[in-house]
Design a protein. Structure first.
Length: 388
């Protein structure tokens, strides 16, 4: 289903026309068009630990990346899929989004728009500048007594990119090119989208794993939880599930559990999961962080045990799925389709080999053969911000 991206912006951050430089030292320059965040708004983002890249991308080092460099264990995506957090870069190709989710750590002044309104930066420019910014953030770990030298050395070789962070990365018009470039550089890709751009999902050629966020069981609650800009937000979500179900590569549906708000109607969540036909389902607690604290209360953040109980309720309606693993520090659990037979780790070298070969391949061709551990020796017990 192709839904038009209509022209209407409600951006709280104006787009200017002069080129500038972020405090991370990266020039606001791209390949065509002009535009940048107002200096004071860019400064706000940088004060929050972001490095702005070009006109519409941003990087922020994940707490789990730092954690693993300190030798204290990795994020839940290590537990579930084998990603090394110290070699992961967290970024977005679009700081703008078509929702104002109540649970988002972004403030309501963050840019929102239904359509792409600024120049389109070159994919390789974004990759090169993002990697520079990422490494610059981590420089302090070199020689630091708190860092594990082996883990730090490894971090210099980024092997994975989490395209999530903030905004809606899939709206970047050259998404396929940037993913291709990442893969060619030996960097695997996880892309998270909020289910408002089904056409972009249909047009997406290849990512290592694609995430769809489903934030509510019904139309009324989706409006309350996500505060979408699109009036046909529900139809877009359903069309996104249909687009997800057609993908040949790995897919995951993410449910963010907000106590007292969207932890209702498990049977309806199960219907959405079945419609999207996702390989994996992650049920993750809302984290009481950032600007979301202005909109929600600490009590809205469920305990890990409450996430577990809630996930089990949903799982009852999903006979094709089984419990895979959990990660208490991030308050997240994962279930997987039974046909994965608990082998959910990714064979990254194989993935890149397949990309290089140019041959047609699918999700089963880059599956590792060893069984996913229920917990790993790398997994930390100390909390960070929950992870992406
Ligand atoms: S939580 Fe996400 S961004 Fe952080 S290390 Fe894990 S995969 Fe990377």
């Amino acid at each position: 289903m192709a839904l038009p991206i209509v022209s209407e912006s409600d951006s709280g951050l104006a787009i200017g026309s002069t080129c500038g430089t972020t405090s991370a030292g990266h020039s606001y320059q791209g390949s065509e068009g002009e535009g940048q965040l107002k200096e004071k708004d860019a400064q706000t983002l940088e004060n929050q630990g972001y490095a702005l890249v070009g006109r519409h991308s941003a990087v922020k080092v994940c707490g789990w990346t730092k954690n693993m460099i300190r030798g204290k264990g990795g994020c839940y995506k290590l537990t579930f899929y084998g990603i090394m957090s110290n070699q992961c870069m967290q970024m977005t190709t679009s700081i703008s989004c078509a929702n104002r989710c109540t649970f988002c750590w972004r403030g309501y002044k963050a840019p929102v728009s239904k359509e792409w309104k600024w120049g389109v930066d070159d994919p390789q420019f974004i990759i090169d500048e993002s990697l520079k910014a990422h490494h610059k953030f981590l420089t302090g770990f070199g020689g630091s007594p708190t860092a594990n030298p082996f883990m730090y050395k490894k971090s210099l070789d980024v092997k994975h990119v989490a395209l999530s962070l903030t905004g809606e990365p899939i709206t970047y018009p050259r998404m396929n090119e940037i993913c291709d470039n990442f893969h060619r550089q030996g960097i695997s890709t996880f892309l998270v989208t909020n289910a408002q751009y089904p056409e972009a999902i249909e047009n997406l050629n290849l990512v290592t794993q694609l995430y769809l966020s489903i934030d509510a069981p019904n139309k009324e609650l989706l409006k309350e939880v996500d505060r979408p800009l699109f009036s046909d937000y529900w139809e877009r979500m359903i069309a996104s599930l249909d687009a997800l179900s057609k993908k040949k590569y790995r897919t995951c549906i993410r449910l963010t559990a907000i106590k007292g708000l969207n932890m209702v109607h498990p049977e309806l969540y199960a219907e959405h999961i079945l419609r999207g036909d996702a390989d994996f389902v992650e049920v993750k607690a809302y984290m009481f962080v950032g600007e979301s604290r202005q909109r929600l209360q600490m009590e809205n953040m469920p305990l890990h045990s409450e996430v577990v109980d809630w996930a089990k309720e949903i799982l009852q309606y999903l006979p094709e799925y089984e419990w895979l693993a959990e990660h208490e520090p991030s308050r997240v659990v994962c279930f997987a389709k039974k046909k994965w037979n608990r082998h959910t780790w990714i064979d990254f070298p194989k993935f890149h080999e397949l990309v290089e070969s140019g041959e047609d391949f699918d999700r089963w061709d880059y599956q590792r053969t060893d069984v996913t551990p229920e917990d790993t020796m790398y997994t930390a017990r100390n909390e960070t911000d929950g992870g992406c």
